[in-house]
Design a protein around this ligand. Structure first.
Ligand code: GDP
Ligand code: MG
Length: 458
């Protein structure tokens, strides 16, 4: 099970709370944990080494804020470094596409087979033809977009792009497997010029591995097309391997940016750091779905959080420490962790914690996405009022009933409903909701909740 960084560090913090500075001595063990966390997030080893050196340099001498322990302070440094390395912070999107050139602006897609080039070609075409937002949130204006496939090795690849183009409603320049990639590219460019396209996106053939022929071919396409953007498309699930692939493409082609695909999967996002480090090129987009609207601008800060396996834990911890009853939280966390049954007594405790934490909205934004989603589902709408009613119902149960909800047959339900001034249906609803939550808890045990609670306690 992956731990998040705050937990890892909490485990090895030997220093007393309130230690004023990060030092060689108090960061040594912690840096080892950072290293492990990054490796587990699939960041490549040489990249991890460099990164740790940078963090160390930044961390030593850093003052530890009163409300934090050195572990949390170090997470802050790591997070900041990571965000910086990935292209900046302050919620800024990294880089937008630069399309300022005499039209048609050519975008060349490069990457291994299966990386997601064809899919991303379709996504980008949709994005651009609909006047996608630029990094700073401004509409860039609708672009007349043409796509073409130079993947002559697999006939199905050309058909795939044709289908994708039809789905997103952009023009498709036909090609076929008997042609040479360069001839296709030349013809498509010519067509795009004569028909005043703003954009020409050229999808290319990939190979399963790094391959000399492939590199020669795409280089030739590059020379012929003179693209304003040459995007390296890489599968986030590639993890460690992404480094070698990125290096090979970066050496062969003057890349202008990277698209990291399949981030909707389990990938921890370490590839983002590796690829960025190796190519030195900005990540511009991430693919978050097989569907053609599953493209998002790359967001360095979010990616840093993903790599570290946490929401904005540091500020969450700060905020929560003010209000939360840590002992309670810890008890609950231990329970979740140990796999004990989560019963209505826990549910009630948890509601009380939620109430104490106050401003749920801003808390939720900081939680790891997985949990935030679950929590907002639970919240759905009438949060505050519902919370009080729910608590009323729970309070009308006996501890034994809360521990064993299956005791709640009709007569007990009627008593509870009367006691809390609600209908029996509402009691039933609560029990159904609780059932759902129990299921969620099981799922979250792996992902977020237990970790978060422990992080708060640490
Ligand atoms: P290509 O060989 O580089 O052109 O790769 P494709 O575009 O054909 O994509 C390979 C597979 O990955 C297809 O099944 C796509 O649906 C899938 N895929 C591409 N991008 C994403 C993504 O962002 N998320 C998910 N889940 N699947 C993706
Ligand atoms: Mg393809």
């Amino acid at each position: 099970m992956l731990e998040n960084l705050t937990q890892r560090l909490s485990r090895v913090v030997k220093t007393i709370k309130g230690e004023a500075r990060l030092t060689e001595a108090n960061t040594q063990d912690m840096l080892r944990e950072v290293r492990m966390a990054l490796l587990e997030a699939d960041v490549a080893l040489p990249v991890v080494r460099d990164f740790i050196a940078r963090v160390k340099e930044q961390a030593l001498g850093t003052e530890v804020a009163d409300s934090l322990n050195p572990g949390q302070a170090l997470v802050g440094v790591v997070h900041k470094e990571l965000t910086g390395l990935m292209g900046g912070s302050d919620g800024e999107f990294a880089s937008e596409l630069s399309l300022a050139t005499q039209p048609p602006a050519v975008i060349l897609m490069a990457g291994l087979q299966g990386a997601g080039k064809t899919t991303t070609t379709g996504k980008l075409a949709k994005w651009l033809s609909e006047g996608g937002h630029t990094a700073k949130g401004k509409k860039s204006g609708k672009k007349k977009t043409l796509v073409v496939s130079a993947d002559v090795y697999r006939p199905a690849a050309i058909d795939q792009l044709k289908t994708v183009a039809a789905q997103v409603g952009v023009d498709f320049f036909p090609s076929d497997g008997s042609q040479k990639p360069e001839d296709i590219a030349r013809a498509a460019l010519d067509h795009a010029k004569r028909h005043y396209y703003d954009i020409l996106i050229v999808d290319t053939a990939g190979r399963l591995g790094i391959d000399e022929d492939m590199m020669r071919e795409i280089r030739a396409l590059y020379d012929l097309l003179n693209p304003i953007e040459t995007l390296f498309v890489v599968d986030a699930m590639q993890g460690q391997d992404a480094v070698n692939v990125a290096k090979a493409f970066g050496d062969a082609l003057p890349l202008t940016g990277v698209v990291l695909t399949k981030l909707d999967g389990d990938a921890r996002g370490g590839a983002a750091l590796s690829v960025r480090h190796v190519t030195g090129k900005p990540l511009k987009f991430v693919g978050v779905s097989e569907k053609l609207d599953g493209l998002e601008p790359f967001h360095p800060e979010r990616m840093a959080q993903r790599v570290l396996g946490m929401g904005d834990i540091v500020s969450l911890v700060e905020q929560a420490q003010k209000n939360i009853d840590i002992a309670e939280a810890q008890k609950l966390a231990t329970k979740l962790k140990s796999g004990d049954k989560f019963d209505l007594n826990d549910f009630r405790d948890q509601l009380q914690q939620v109430k104490k934490m106050g401003d749920m909205g801003s808390m939720l934004e900081k939680l790891p996405a997985q949990f935030a989603q679950a929590a907002s589902q639970l919240q759905s709408g009438q949060a505050e009022k519902q919370l009080r009613r729910t608590e009323g119902i729970l309070n009308s149960m006996t501890p034994a009933e809360r521990a064993k909800p299956e005791l709640l047959k009709a007569s007990r339900k009627r008593r509870i409903a009367a006691g809390s001034g609600v209908s029996v249906q509402e009691v039933n609803r609560l029990l159904a909701q609780f059932d759902q939550m129990q299921g969620m808890m099981k799922q979250m045990k792996k992902g977020g909740m237990a970790k978060m609670m422990r992080a708060m306690g640490g």
